[in-house]
Design a protein around this ligand. Structure first.
Ligand code: ATP
Ligand code: MG
Length: 424
């Protein structure tokens, strides 16, 4: 190995302790929020058989065509992929363990996902999602519930600059007739299609509507609309979702061009977007996927889910001026001398016994330099122990925000500290 400093893989980030505080705070907030809607945690492997994603997400999608980290297991030749999203794994796990046997399931997971994209602000190769899935629910009530729960989270997080876009993709019959009309329309305009659109014309014409190519926008604008093909069931379902949202004062915009990048969606799809993050403005996206469970080998069952991009949400929070929650430390113990050192570690353990958060100074140094460390630690109090204090089984307690230093017997220490913390 060369002497060059090793670096993390491009597009994959270290989350350093200063920032990790915000992640911990966010994760706690999110698990409380999910519990308040009755969603339970599920944890799947980061690696799955490649075939799962091909089958679930669709062969002709950006993710499967060019974003997956796929490799062959050199030991047994298995084709494996680092998960690019969680829905396929979650459904696989639910089917494998027969969780839908007698009850629908409200589930969530969180963790890293992997996509080989061009790294930029808000777009990474390893990024984190919180994914929420309701399996076995057919009605519009669950669609509305999932959208409303997002609204509640934004409120709890203090985010106001996010707006909701919704659309319906209809059922497979409507999609088939729309697809046929789209192909016919684009075939009549072949000379206006770019290379990617031409390639997708017969495999996935719906994705052409998602193209960001400015030269094709007029063509896309005038393309046959799925809305015109929707059957009564799909329309009624969509109207019911809208009615519930309206009843709960959730503002939304219907965006007929919202098609989502994964093949498994049908009926309701939605995205929460912000203008604050440039091109990476979608912080949360999802929809109904009634065909997926059957598609990956289960008994047919309806389902609905969404995922949030944690990095994007955290940037948004920071830009909204959210102060980083300070890590709480109650006590910093400084000490000098051999006897003092022994008492210091004993005292630190005793304080932890009564659930105080204690950093014991390690590494020696003058009292002055140790007190500097105590200051920087943001502890509420410093406990100061010299050999003379140790001889008397006593310690000094110094409130870090000012106030007088007191000398107390070791037995009274916890009570003294708790009193000072209460005054904080
Ligand atoms: P985009 O259009 O931004 O590529 P997507 O449609 O591919 O998003 P989904 O698969 O729906 O995204 O994932 C849900 C959410 O996960 C996105 O809305 C986004 O917040 C986040 N996300 C997706 N890809 C990335 C990435 N490469 N880096 C960071 N966050 C991401
Ligand atoms: Mg993408």
């Amino acid at each position: 190995m060369s002497n060059e400093t090793l670096q993390a893989v491009r597009g994959m980030n270290d989350i350093l302790p200063d920032e990790a505080g915000l992640w911990l705070w966010f994760e706690e907030m999110v698990s409380d929020w999910l519990a308040s809607y009755g969603y339970r945690n599920i944890r799947m492997p980061l690696v799955e058989p490649t075939g799962l994603f091909k089958r679930a997400i669709g062969e002709v999608t950006d993710i499967v065509e060019k974003e997956m980290y796929s490799f062959e297991d050199s030991l047994n030749g298995d084709q494996l992929t680092l998960r690019p999203e969680g829905t396929a794994s979650c459904v696989r796990a639910v089917l494998q363990h027969n969780l839908l046997y007698n009850a629908p399931q409200r589930l969530y997971y969180s963790g890293p996902m992997f996509r080989h994209e061009r790294p930029q602000k808000g777009r990474y190769r390893q990024f984190h999602q919180v994914g929420v899935e309701a399996l076995g629910f057919a009605g519009p009530d669950i669609d509305a519930e999932q959208i409303m729960m997002c609204a509640r989270l934004w409120k709890r997080l203090g985010l106001s600059d996010v707006t909701l876009q919704i659309n319906t993709l209809g059922d497979s019959a409507c999609r088939h007739s729309h697809r046929a009309k789209l192909i016919a329309y684009f075939e009549q305009n072949l000379e206006l299609l770019d290379a990617e659109a031409t390639r997708r014309l017969h495999s996935n014409p719906l994705r052409i509507l998602d193209s960001k190519n400015p030269a094709m926008q007029a063509l896309i604008e005038a393309a046959p609309k799925l809305m015109d093909e929707l059957n009564t069931d799909a329309l009624t379902h969509f109207a019911a979702v809208q009615a519930i949202l309206t009843r709960h004062d959730i503002a939304f915009e219907i965006n007929p061009r919202l098609v989502r990048g994964l093949d498994y969606y049908n009926r309701t799809v939605f995205e929460w977007v912000t203008t604050k993050l440039g091109a990476q403005g979608t912080i949360c996206a999802g929809g109904r996927y009634d065909g997926l469970i059957e598609q990956i080998g289960g008994k047919p069952a309806p389902a609905m889910g969404f995922a949030m991009g944690v990095e994007r949400l955290l940037v948004l929070l920071q830009e909204a001026g959210m102060a980083l929650p300070k890590p709480r430390l109650d006590v910093y113990v400084v000490h000098q001398g051999e006897l003092a050192g022994q008492l210091a570690s004993q005292v630190a353990e005793q304080l932890r016994d009564v659930n105080l958060r204690v950093a014991l100074h390690c590494g020696g140094g003058s009292f002055k330099s140790q007190m500097k460390k105590a200051d920087a630690s943001c502890a509420v109090v410093a406990v100061v122990i010299g050999d003379d204090e140790a001889q008397a089984n006593e310690v000094s307690v110094k409130p870090m925000q000012g106030g007088t230093q007191v000398r107390v017997n070791v037995q009274d220490l916890a009570a003294t500290i708790n009193e000072l913390i209460k005054q904080e």
